[in-house]
Design a protein around this ligand. Structure first.
Ligand code: PEP
Ligand code: MG
Length: 887
């Protein structure tokens, strides 16, 4: 390890390494200082130290004490104050800062260095005893909470009682003496709870806080956030130690948070909240209602308290200049924290601001238009996964709605679901497949799992930068915050609003774009790719190499996919086509038939239906490739399982109940996913695949004759393990093609290929490609067969596997590049050696997952296929992957 401590304004740069080492917050503070912005002096303990701390059995590495002491001396030199000095003490903040911002996850201690002696010095030096004692009580409470792990409710209760005893309502009514008395009480609580007096030695306080920052990296809520965001545990956090500046030194002091553009809409307008005479945490904690930054915003909201623009015009102008400097320097929208101490502006933080998908698109497109970034950079600026929030239905403006109240439009999108009042309740209900709206007075980091499980989040308190708002925007969950008209009784599990009562389980609809809260479910509309979204997609398509197809099995799905820009169908599953009431009987007749002739008779009934299915899809996908997979699931899936259904089914299929039960019994398998399914059905009952192939070619010829646009069928054989299996099935398909083309007097170009879903198929790909014209990686099955974890049962234990770091992410969501990825690479290589133009695609769920798409680009696949609503995500991710590979 080199130096463990880096001074702000020193040698830090914008490099990735600097972010890795100093964390996001630390490297940005260092950088702001180096471009001449007003940053209180300070230093960062690197993330390497955190890693070493854990590697050392939670011991600080040798030499750290000396380096930190030198850092403190550096701050003392600039401020002219001394740490622990009884006359004019230096106070510091201690804050965590990981490589990527983890909102609300890590802990902060302010005013560190105060003790029974230095508080008097602070009082004298500031000439404001009330401020000094207020700062001290805040410090004791924060330190007790964050460092000592005591319950903050006890301290809040003591404050409430202190106010009640004095007949006060607001904190501002408390005098210096009142705060001083409360500090004594707080210290007594600490002593009672820990058995030791509150630490008086500033250095002890400092090391306690540093240890607490490191410990919070391994807190449960940080672990959950890391799991949800795929952040490796090894990264660790940095610790930032910085001279305190005070926003609570009277009416010329203030504190605030701001975005250089509107994080909800992306509009180019300064956006933020501030409070006069307050300390940083007051703005985000939702205790006092923050005020507007600009006059326009205040007037628009019809709010009374003056905006910063009106109350502190000069400082506001300076802040505006800082915004411009930051945007030009970082070339991105910034999220900042600032403090004004007696008229002097200080920057406490800047980072790339979290934004809604809508804002991300607008900011990227606008910044390209402003010449701040290039079109390609704009393409790289939008997180493909975040587009999900725009690709879901919004409320139909014409649908009737029963509006209960209105809150702040904290995170856009609409959602309906059952009311749940606790995060655990929301998680449980979601696991049962319920759509849930999490309803809380306000949220805290402890609620994060419930927020993730919910379709939407509603809070009674908190502003646009409250925890709920920030986290919901990051997750893409619709959120209405600060709905003051609600009264929530979490214990009784009721919500009261405008004289009405709703209980847990009642349906609620939220519109995060307007802030409306409605009773019952409201009709929704499908999204469209217009405006900035459309523009960015055009730019993305310019740089994209891989094609993007859709997994679709109905004409409706196919149309949605086309509207979202799909360039064909990568997987048309055929099994669901057989569940239609009119068809399932014929399917069952086929399954129950005693011989081939019986099966053929039943299949003949299915042929026209199946031909109609394909014709409709070919019509939508005119001129584009359509990959149709022949029947895949084990046949027992088509038979009834419930006792009460047997009689009806038997009657419909023309057999006795006993015969039906006997057949169901015969078809029972211990491991159906490894059983009689996929091409194994085609091998034993070739007439099934014959019928399907005939339906495909008849439909293709008919559509070509009608429209003049010949479809491009790609017939896909599932679950192949050996070349011989494939060859047998290909012969069936080719024979039908020839027969149909002869009958129709027309030829259609088509391909026959296979899914690669089994490790053996991947390894034998060279041989299989001698006859197979394309491979489509069925990574759902390939993941299950490679890892040997059932895709249907994995949910029960996979979260633990991710928590324990066995998998970085769920391998059924994001491709296991190391393991399953190797098989894909081997198959692609061997396949291409045998057949240089073998077409390669992916049709497992991973085809819509951005990191997996990067892998596909790296491996040189020709296309990815995703579910229709994920097609735009796949287009953008494929473009970003191409840009990355190009670099
Ligand atoms: C797959 O296995 O990846 C696949 C696409 O097929 P299915 O999900 O239908 O098994
Ligand atoms: Mg499969």
């Amino acid at each position: 390890m080199t130096t463990m401590v880096h001074l702000f304004g020193g040698d830090a740069t914008t490099s990735e390494r600097s972010k890795e080492l100093l964390g996001g917050k630390g490297s940005n503070l260092a950088e702001m200082a180096s471009i001449g912005l007003p940053v209180p002096p300070g230093f960062t303990i690197t993330t390497d130290v955190c890693a070493a701390y854990y590697a050392n059995g939670e011991q600080f590495p040798a030499g750290l004490i000396e380096e930190v002491a030198a850092g403190i001396a550096h701050i003392e030199g600039i401020t002219g104050k001394t740490f622990g000095d009884a006359a004019d003490p230096l106070l510091v903040s201690v804050r965590s800062g990981a490589r990527v911002s983890m909102p609300g996850m890590m802990d902060t201690v302010l005013n560190l260095g105060l003790n029974d002696r230095t508080v008097v010095g602070l009082s004298d030096a500031s000439g404001d005893p009330r401020f000094a004692w207020d700062s001290y009580r805040r410090f004791v409470q924060m330190y007790a909470d964050v460092v000592m792990g005591l319950d903050h409710a006890e301290f809040e209760e003591a404050l409430e009682i202190a106010k009640e005893d004095r007949g006060f309502y607001l904190d501002t009514e408390m005098s210096a003496e009142d705060w001083q008395a409360l500090v004594k009480e707080y210290q007594a609580i600490v002593e009672r709870e820990t058995g030791a007096p509150f630490p008086q030695e500033p250095n002890d306080q400092l090391w306690g806080a540093v240890g607490a920052v490191f410990a919070s990296w391994e807190s449960d809520r940080a672990k959950v956030y890391r799991r949800l965001n795929s952040i490796p545990a090894e990264w660790g956090t940095a610790v930032n130690i910085q001279a305190m500046v005070f926003g609570n030194m009277g009416d010329t002091s203030a504190t605030g948070v701001a975005f250089t553009r509107d994080p909800a809409t992306g509009e180019r307008a300064w956006y933020g909240e501030w409070l006069i005479n307050a300390q940083g945490e007051d703005v985000v904690a939702g205790i006092r209602t923050p005020q507007y930054l600009t006059k326009v915003a205040r007037e628009k909201a019809g709010a009374k308290p003056l905006s910063m623009e009106e109350a502190m015009p000069e400082t506001f102008e300076e802040l505006g200049r800082v915004f411009d400097t930051l945007e030009t320097h970082y070339r991105d929208m910034q999220d900042i924290e600032f403090t004004v101490e007696r008229g002097t502006l200080w920057m406490l933080q800047t980072r790339s601001g979290k934004r809604t998908a809508k804002a991300a698109l607008k900011i990227a497109v606008d910044m390209a238009a402003e010449g701040l970034i290039t079109e390609e950079e704009a393409v790289g600026r939008v997180d493909p996964g975040a587009l999900d929030q725009l690709l879901h239905p919004t409320l139909d403006p014409d649908a009737p709605r029963d509006v209960l109240t209105k809150g702040l439009p904290a995170s856009p999108g609409a959602a309906s679901g059952k009311i749940m009042f606790t995060a655990d309740g929301a998680e449980k209900a979601a696991e049962m497949g319920e759509a849930v709206i999490l309803v809380r007075v306000e949220t805290s980091p402890e609620d994060i799992h419930g927020m993730h499980a919910a379709k939407g989040i509603l809070t009674a308190r908190g502003g646009m930068t409250s925890h709920a708002a920030v986290v919901a925007r990051g997750m893409g969950r619709p959120c209405v915050s600060g709905a003051g008209g609600l009264s929530i009784d979490g214990n009784a599990r009721v919500l009261r609003v405008g004289g009405r009562e709703l209980r847990e389980g009642d349906i609620l609809t939220l519109d995060g774009s307007t802030g409306e809260v409605m009773a019952g479910e409201v009709k929704t509309l499908l999204p469209e790719l217009v405006g900035d979204f459309g523009t960015l997609m055009v730019w993305a398509d310019k740089v994209r190499r891989m094609k993007v197809r859709a997994n679709a099995e109905t004409p409706q799905d196919a149309q949605v996919a086309r509207d979202f820009g799909a360039e064909g169908i990568g997987l048309c599953r055929t099994e669901h086509m057989f569940f239609d009431a009119a068809r399932i009987t014929a399917v069952r007749e086929m399954i129950l038939a005693e011989n081939e002739a019986g099966r053929r008779a039943a299949l003949a009934k299915l042929l026209p239906e199946q031909r109609g299915d394909f014709a409709a899809i070919f019509g939508v996908m005119a001129g584009l490739p359509v990959t149709i997979r022949l029947l895949d699931p084990p046949l027992h899936e088509f038979l009834p399982t419930r006792e009460e259904d047997f009689a009806d089914v038997a009657a419909a299929a023309g057999v006795g109940i006993e015969a039906l039960k006997a057949r169901a019994n015969e078809l029972h398998e211990f491991n159906p996913m490894l059983g009689h399914r996929g091409c194994r059905l085609g091998v034993t009952y070739p007439e099934i695949y014959e019928m399907q192939a005939r339906a495909i070619f008849e439909a293709a010829c008919d559509v070509a004759a009608e429209t003049g646009a010949a479809p491009i069928p790609e017939v896909m054989i599932p679950l192949v393990a050996t070349r011989r299996e494939f060859d047998l099935m290909k012969a069936v398909v080719d024979a039908q093609a020839k027969a149909v083309f002869d009958e129709k007097g027309r030829e259609i170009a088509y391909l026959v290929g296979t899914m690669i879903e089994l490790p053996r198929a991947a390894l034998m790909a060279g041989e299989i490609a001698e006859t197979a014209e394309f491979f489509s990686f069925g990574t759902n099955d390939l993941t299950q067969t490679t890892i040997g974890i059932s895709r249907d049962d994995a949910g029960r234990f996979l979260t633990q596997y991710v928590d324990k770091g066995i998998f970085l992410t769920d391998p059924f969501v994001s491709l296991d590049v190391e393991g399953v990825g190797q098989l894909i690479e081997i198959a692609a290589d061997r396949g291409r050696k045998a057949r240089p133009d073998v077409k390669l695609g992916i049709c497992g769920e991973h085809g819509g997952d951005a990191p997996s798409i990067h892998f596909c680009e790296k491996t040189g696949l020709d296309y990815v296929s995703a579910s229709p609503y994920r097609v735009p995500i796949a287009r953008l991710a494929a473009a970003q992957a191409a840009l990355k590979k190009g670099k």
